[in-house]
Ligand binder design. Sequence first.
Ligand code: G3I
Length: 348
Amino acid sequence: QGLKDVIGKDMLIGVALNKWQSSGGVPEATAIVRKHFNSVVAENCMKSENLQPREGKFYFDAADSLVAFARDNNQTLTGHCLVWHSQVPRWFFKDKAGRTVTRDVLVGRMRRHIKKVVGHFKGKVRGWDVVNEAIEDDGSFRKSPFYSIIGEDFIEIAFRAAHEADPGAELYYNDYSLSNPAKRDAVCRLVRRLKSKGVRIDAVGMQSHNGLDYPDLSAYEASIDSFAACGVKVMVTELDLNVLPSPKGFSGARIEQDFEYHKRLNPYPEALPDSIYRKFEQRYLELFSIYRRHRHQMSRITLWGISDRDSWLNDFPVHGRTNYSLFFDRNYAEKPVVSKIIELWEGR
Ligand code: G3I
């Protein structure tokens, strides 16, 4: 049996797919999705730079294949993401002369993008990450162009536009480091403010790009309770575990020049030692026991990738590392952690 056969009784269990996987081109990936998951999300192909690279020119082919993949393999589909300061095309904030656009122009562009995209996928996407990463770790608004040009109500405008375009779709706010109390409180304030104005918001997405020793698990668990107390569901939207050290002050250039430093960042180029694998497994089991305990407050857990071969963590913060962050190794072989999570969820 797969993860979905046990976790699926309580909530969705999903995975992010890259465009090679979601076009059906990777048979190992398709088999894993069918066995273990009931929900998929695009790792990149539904982001604005891919959907609308030039103003008014929309390219839906890759995302449409994902829709077909989800339909053919019986998967619920999440839309990721409508408004994000990253992976947004350059033209979005500039006029033809290269000047920063006015508030009215940016509101218009943002609303048009949302209306067109959400309208295109109407009835096919269960819910949207409407706004991604708008709050800083200290709880202030991120000084993104959306915030700086429009003001904090860009968030409300975005949620309203998404709802107008598909009143049946769930709407989510998604962010990272949400166990951080200042950030958690700011997101709670945001959720309450939206709700008090009658704006639809169904869930908060905790990205959960975790490591072996972060976040603090009691703070992480407290955040699940806090968001649920605001009257929304909690979703774990981008789960993975970085097993490599990320010392402060790294930079790609420095690493290429400094082999010793590189080795420190990438200490297990051949294979993950058993001792670290055990920590990795233990950490995932701790996380899933938290999710199980909070299953009534949660609606989804999504892994940010299928196999270690494809993880974004291989390229972050430097390109070409070997990370070991997911449930399937570089050859798509299942790690023992998967059956342990199934046992844990069944209460065995
Ligand atoms: O597809 C192009 C390819 O044509 C080109 O040759 C190559 C050259 O670098 O780039 C390829 O695009 C890359 C893309 O991933 C697909 O592999 C982009 O450079 C790269 O920036 C992009 O990274 C993605 C990242 O978001 C962008 O910020 C990661 O795959 C994706 O996993 C990551 O996901 C984000 C979530 O959306 C939001 N939360 C954080 C999370 C991790 O950063």
